[in-house]
Design a protein around this ligand. Structure first.
Ligand SMILES: Cc1cc2nc3c(=O)[nH]c(=O)nc-3n(C[C@H](O)[C@H](O)[C@H](O)COP(=O)(O)OP(=O)(O)OC[C@H]3O[C@@H](n4cnc5c(N)ncnc54)[C@H](O)[C@@H]3O)c2cc1C
Length: 404
C-alpha cells in the first residue's frame, strides 16, 4: 500500500473529505487534481499500485496532448504520431495526416497514468493506492462516502460530501447506484499485446480493417509497437485460448500479419470485452461519474483518454460549484449530464457512424478509396478525431464533397 496525503500526511479515519474520487486513471487523477487546485480536500483511491498497466492502444490525439499540457502534466517518453495509415479490407491504403505542425503521440499507459497521479498529488490531492472500493455508503439514497478494502484485507470507510466514480468500465459507483448498462447492439472484444522488432513506418499509427474485425498498430519507439485487435464479442473467448483466437483473427488481416512477419510478441495476449456500455445518468444524489465509468463505446477512434479528460474537467467544475454552494443534490448535479452530453454527444454519434461504415467491408472500401483521393478530407477527419476540431466540422462542404 502506498498512502500519502497532501504534504505526505496519513489519512485520518473519520475525516470528512470534500470529495472522494474512486479510480486514479486519466479521469480520476485529473478530476482530483482540478478539485485540489480549487483548494478542496480531495482523496483519490485506486485498487492498483502505480505504475500499473492498462489495456489500451496507447495513442493520444493532439487535442488530448493539449489538454494534458494545460493540466500541468509533463509528458515523457513519448513518440510523435503525425498521421494514421488505414488499410481497407480490399487493400486500399489512405493516409490521414494531422495538419502541418501538429501531431498526436504514443505513450505507455503505465507511464501516462503514473504521471497523471503524480500531478494530482503535486496539486494537493491525497492519494491512496492499493484500496479497492467495494460499496458506497448511502443514507436516505444520498451518497456519503465509500467502503472498501486495502490490499492486505483491512476494511476501511471514507466519508465525503461528494463522490466521483472514475473506476472505468467496472465502476462500483455506477453499479451500486443501478446506473450501469451494457450496450446490447455493439458488443466487441479487444485482444491486445506489445511486439518488438516491428519495422517502423515513420510517425504513422496503422489501422487495418477486415470483415468483422480491425487492428491498430501504434509505434512506441525502438521497434516496439502496441497492437489491439477488436473482434465481435464471443462469450467463449477466455484468457485460456486467447492466443489461438488471436492467431486466427490476425490471419483475417493479411496486411497486418505481413507487417508483423519479423516481429516477436513481448507478452501473452490480453483480452477485454465486451467493451461498450453507458450509464443511465452520470449524476446522482452526492455522486458523479467521469471517464469510462460514465460510458465507453469503442476504441477505434482513439479518443477514450481525451473524452475521459473532458468529462473529468466538467465533473470537477460541477462538483466544485456544488461544494461551494453546499448543494450536492441530484437536482443540482444534473447539470453535469447536460454539459457532458453537449461536450461529448457529437463524438459518441460520430463513433457510432464510423462503426456502421467499418462493419461493412464494401462501405469501408468505398470510403477509403474516396479518402485516398482526397487527403484534405482525410486530414479534416484526423483533426476531428484528434480533438482539434468539433465533429460538426465534418458537416462542412469541404469534407462532404469528398463523397459526392
Ligand atoms: C483495447 C483498447 C484500446 C484503447 N485504445 C485507446 C487509445 O489508443 N487511445 C485512447 O485515448 N483511448 C483508448 N482506449 C480507451 C481508454 O483506455 C479509456 O477510455 C481510458 O482509459 C478511460 O480512462 P478512465 O480514467 O475513465 O478509466 P481507466 O483508465 O480504466 O482507469 C480506472 C482506474 O480505476 C481503478 N479501479 C477500478 N476499479 C476500482 C475499484 N473498485 N476501486 C478502486 N479503483 C478501481 C483502476 O485500477 C484504474 O486505475 C482503449 C480502450 C481499449 C479497451
Amino acid at each position: 500500500m502506498n498512502m500519502a496525503g497532501a504534504g505526505g500526511t496519513d489519512l485520518n479515519p473519520g475525516q470528512l473529505w470534500d470529495a472522494i474520487v474512486a479510480g486514479a486513471g486519466p479521469a480520476g487523477s485529473t478530476a482530483a487534481a482540478l478539485l485540489a487546485e480549487r483548494g478542496l480536500r480531495v482523496l483519490v483511491v485506486d485498487r492498483a499500485i502505480f505504475p500499473r498497466d492498462k489495456m489500451c492502444g496507447e495513442y493520444l490525439g493532439a487535442g488530448c496532448v493539449d489538454l494534458l499540457t494545460g493540466f500541468g502534466v509533463e509528458l515523457r517518453d513519448t513518440h510523435p504520431i503525425r498521421a494514421m495509415r488505414v488499410t481497407a479490407p480490399d487493400g486500399t491504403v489512405f493516409n490521414a495526416p494531422y495538419p502541418e505542425g501538429r501531431s498526436g503521440l504514443a505513450i505507455r499507459r503505465s507511464q501516462l497514468d503514473a504521471l497523471l497521479l503524480e500531478n494530482a498529488r503535486r496539486k494537493g490531492a491525497a492519494c491512496l493506492e492499493g484500496f479497492r472500493v467495494e460499496r458506497l455508503l448511502l443514507k436516505d439514497g444520498k451518497v456519503q462516502g465509500v467502503e472498501g478494502r486495502l490490499h492486505g484485507g483491512e476494511e476501511k470507510q471514507f466519508l465525503a460530501r461528494i463522490v466521483i466514480g472514475a473506476e472505468g468500465r467496472n465502476s462500483v459507483v455506477a453499479r451500486h447506484l443501478g446506473l450501469f448498462r451494457w450496450n446490447r447492439s455493439h458488443r466487441r472484444t479487444a485482444l491486445g499485446l506489445h511486439y518488438e522488432g516491428v519495422l517502423p513506418v515513420n510517425g504513422f499509427a496503422e489501422v487495418f480493417l477486415g470483415a468483422g474485425l480491425y487492428g491498430i498498430l501504434n509505434p512506441l519507439g525502438a521497434g516496439v509497437a502496441n497492437l489491439s485487435l477488436v473482434v465481435d464479442h464471443d462469450a467463449s473467448l477466455s484468457k485460456g485460448h486467447a492466443g489461438a483466437y488471436f492467431a486466427e483473427a490476425l490471419g483475417r488481416l493479411p496486411a497486418l500479419r505481413e507487417r508483423l512477419a519479423q516481429a516477436r510478441p513481448l507478452e501473452d495476449v490480453k483480452v477485454l470485452g465486451p467493451m461498450a456500455h453507458h450509464a443511465a445518468r452520470a449524476s446522482a444524489d452526492g455522486a458523479l461519474l467521469a471517464g469510462d465509468a460514465a460510458g465507453f463505446y469503442d476504441p477505434f477512434t482513439g479518443e477514450g483518454v481525451y473524452m475521459a479528460l473532458i468529462s473529468a474537467r466538467l465533473a470537477a467544475a460541477v462538483a466544485g460549484e456544488a461544494l461551494r454552494r453546499g448543494d450536492c443534490s441530484a437536482r443540482f448535479l444534473r447539470s453535469y449530464d447536460r454539459e457532458r452530453s453537449a461536450a461529448l454527444g457529437g463524438r459518441y454519434r460520430l463513433e457510432a457512424a464510423i462503426q456502421r461504415i467499418i462493419r461493412h467491408p464494401r462501405a469501408a472500401d468505398l470510403v477509403s478509396r474516396r479518402l485516398r483521393e482526397r487527403e484534405d478530407a482525410a486530414s479534416c477527419l484526423m483533426e476531428v478525431l484528434g480533438g482539434l476540431a468539433w465533429p460538426r466540422a465534418l458537416l462542412s462542404g469541404g469534407f462532404l464533397s469528398a463523397f459526392l
